[in-house]
Write a protein that binds this ligand. Structure first.
Ligand code: DOR
Length: 463
C-alpha cells in the first residue's frame, strides 16, 4: 500500500452504508484509491461474520473542530489536527473561525487552506467564517465575500452570536447565500465566572454553577429569531452546536416538529461524560447511581482540568436526554468540538483552565462504548458521523455528494475493528492537544485504516 492511490482488500468484514440504510457482511476492494468493488455476502458466504469485528463505513465528517492555526500553534496546527482526524476515522472536518486572527475575511481562509495543502493530508478541510468581525458581536463580517471564498457557514463559536439584532441580520444574509448560521447557545449573563454544571456536584465541590438555563434561554432566543426571519427569507437556516441539556434538546425537538429549519449536533463528551467525572467518578451515565461519592465510585482524583469544557459536562440525566435526542433524530449529527489546548492553559486550577477537550481521536471509541452497552445502534452511530453531518453541509463538500460505499468513486472510508480495544495515551494522540480526560482509559474500536478522497489519511502500524 502507498500514500497515493492505495490498493486495499478487506474480506469478510461488516459493511455499514448509512446512505442506503444497508449493513451486513461483505468484501471491499480499493484499487489505486478507487472503491473498485463492494460485494455484499449472503447465505453461507456470510456465515460467522457479525457486526462485532472489522467494520467498513464511509469516512466520518466532523462539523465542529478547532485547529488553532493561525495564532495558537502550540495547541494545534492544521497538520496535526488533520492527522488527528485521520486517526479518529474522519475524512472531512469543518474548522471553527476562532483563530487569531479570526477567520472573518477570505485572506485568513486562504492561509488555513495553504496550511492544509502543505500538510499533505488528504483529509478535507472545510471552514466556517465568523458571523461578526473579530467575533466581537458588533458588526457583521463580510458574509458575501466569505461565501464566495467557500466557507460552509458562519459561527462566532467560543461565544454566542451576541445580540438578537445581529443574529437576525446574519440569518437573513446567510440564508440568502444558502448557508447556515451555526450558533454556540449561551446566555453569557448567566455564565460569567461559572465553572461547572450547576447542580449537586458543583455544590459539593464548591464550583460556581453554570445553569442549564444559560443554554436554554439562548436556544429559545435563536429559535424565536429564526421563526421571524424565515417568513421573509425562506432559505434561512440555523444550526445549534454542542447542545448539552435536556431542555435545549426539547426546544429543538418542538421547533423541528413545528417545521422550523433548525438542526443541531451533540458531542461525544456530552453524550457519555458527566459532571460526576469532576468528582472522580469516571463511569458512563447509565452506570450512575446518582451519588459520585458512594463507596467505590471514585476512581480518579477530583478537579481534573481536562474535564473543563464549554458548555460544561452535565448531569447523568442530561447525558441520557442527549443520547435520547441522538436516537430519535432530534440531534442530526455527532460533532466532536475537538478543542486542543496547550498544557500551560490546562495545568491550572479547575475553574481557571481553558475550556475544551481534545476529542476527535476518541469520538468513535466513546460511541462504540454505548453501542457495546446496548444503548445506541451501530447504524445510528455511523449515520450521526456520516450522512447526518453531510446533509447539513448540502453540496458544499467535494466529497459528500458520494457519502456511502459506492463503487467507482474515490474511496472515502474508515476501517476499524470493534473487537480490538486500545488505550488512550498522550503520545498516541496525533493531536498536539493532549487535554483528554480519557488518557489512560481503554476504548473499543481501533481504527485500522482511514482513506480520504482516495488517499491514506491514517494507517495503523500493524494494519
Ligand atoms: O469548550 C469549548 N472550547 N467550547 C467552545 O465553544 C470553544 C472551544 C475552544 O475554542 O476551545
Amino acid at each position: 500500500m502507498t500514500g497515493e492511490g492505495p490498493d486495499l482488500e478487506i474480506s469478510r468484514a461488516w459493511l455499514v452504508d448509512p446512505a442506503t440504510g444497508r449493513e451486513g457482511a461483505g468484501d471491499i476492494v480499493v484499487r489505486d484509491g478507487i472503491l473498485a468493488a463492494v460485494t455484499w455476502l449472503s447465505g453461507a458466504d456470510a456465515d460467522g461474520i457479525e457486526s462485532d469485528g472489522v467494520i467498513v463505513a464511509p469516512g466520518f465528517i466532523d462539523l465542529h473542530v478547532h485547529l488553532r492555526e493561525p495564532g495558537n500553534e502550540d495547541a494545534e496546527e492544521v497538520a496535526s489536527g488533520l492527522a488527528a482526524a485521520g486517526h479518529g476515522g474522519f475524512t472531512t472536518v469543518c474548522a471553527m473561525p476562532n483563530t487569531d486572527p479570526t477567520l472573518d475575511e477570505p485572506g485568513v481562509l486562504a492561509r488555513v487552506r495553504e496550511a492544509a495543502a502543505a500538510s499533505g493530508s488528504p483529509v478535507e478541510l472545510l471552514a466556517y467564517g465568523a458571523v461578526t468581525v473579530g467575533r466581537a458581536g458588533e458588526q457583521l463580517a463580510a458574509l458575501g465575500e466569505l461565501a464566495d471564498a467557500g466557507v460552509v457557514g458562519y459561527s462566532d463559536d467560543g461565544s454566542p452570536v451576541r445580540t438578537a439584532p445581529i443574529l437576525r441580520a446574519a440569518l437573513a444574509y446567510a440564508g440568502a447565500l444558502g448557508l447556515p448560521i451555526v450558533d454556540h447557545a449561551e446566555e453569557t449573563g448567566l455564565t460569567a465566572g461559572a465553572e461547572a454544571n450547576d447542580g449537586y456536584v458543583a455544590t459539593v465541590l464548591g464550583l460556581r454553577g453554570w445553569p442549564a438555563a444559560a443554554e436554554e434561554m439562548a436556544v429559545a432566543r435563536d429559535l424565536a429569531v429564526l421563526a421571524d426571519v424565515v417568513r421573509d427569507v425562506p432559505g434561512a437556516r440555523l444550526h445549534l452546536t454542542h447542545l448539552s441539556t435536556a431542555g435545549a434538546l426539547d426546544l429543538v425537538r418542538r421547533a423541528k416538529a413545528a417545521g422550523l429549519p433548525v438542526s443541531c449536533d451533540v458531542t461525544p463528551h456530552h453524550l457519555f461524560l458527566t459532571d460526576e467525572w469532576l468528582a472522580g467518578a469516571r463511569r458512563w451515565p447509565w452506570d450512575s447511581s446518582g451519588d459520585p461519592w458512594a463507596d467505590g465510585a471514585r476512581v480518579a482524583p477530583p478537579f481534573d482540568p481536562s474535564l473543563r469544557v464549554n458548555p460544561p459536562l452535565r448531569s447523568p440525566a442530561d447525558a441520557a436526554a442527549v443520547l435520547a435526542a441522538l436516537a430519535d433524530g432530534t440531534a442530526d449529527a455527532v460533532a466532536t468540538d475537538h478543542a486542543p489546548h496547550a498544557e500551560v492553559d490546562k495545568a491550572v486550577e479547575f475553574g481557571l483552565a481553558a475550556t475544551g477537550i481534545s476529542g476527535i481521536e476518541t469520538a468513535l471509541g466513546l460511541l462504540l462504548s454505548a453501542v457495546d452497552a446496548g444503548f445506541l445502534p451501530l447504524a445510528r452511530a455511523m449515520e450521526a458521523l456520516t450522512t447526518g453531518p453531510a446533509a447539513l453541509l448540502g453540496g458544499l463538500s467535494r466529497r459528500n455528494g458520494s457519502v456511502g460505499l459506492i463503487e467507482g468513486t474515490q474511496a472515502d472510508i474508515v476501517v476499524f475493528d470493534r473487537s480490538q480495544a486500545w488505550t488512550v495515551t498522550a503520545d498516541g494522540l496525533a493531536s498536539r492537544g493532549k487535554n483528554s480526560p480519557l488518557v489512560g482509559m481503554s476504548l473499543p474500536g481501533r481504527v485500522l485504516v482511514t482513506v480520504a478522497g482516495g488517499r491514506i489519511a491514517y494507517e495503523a502500524a500493524d494494519a
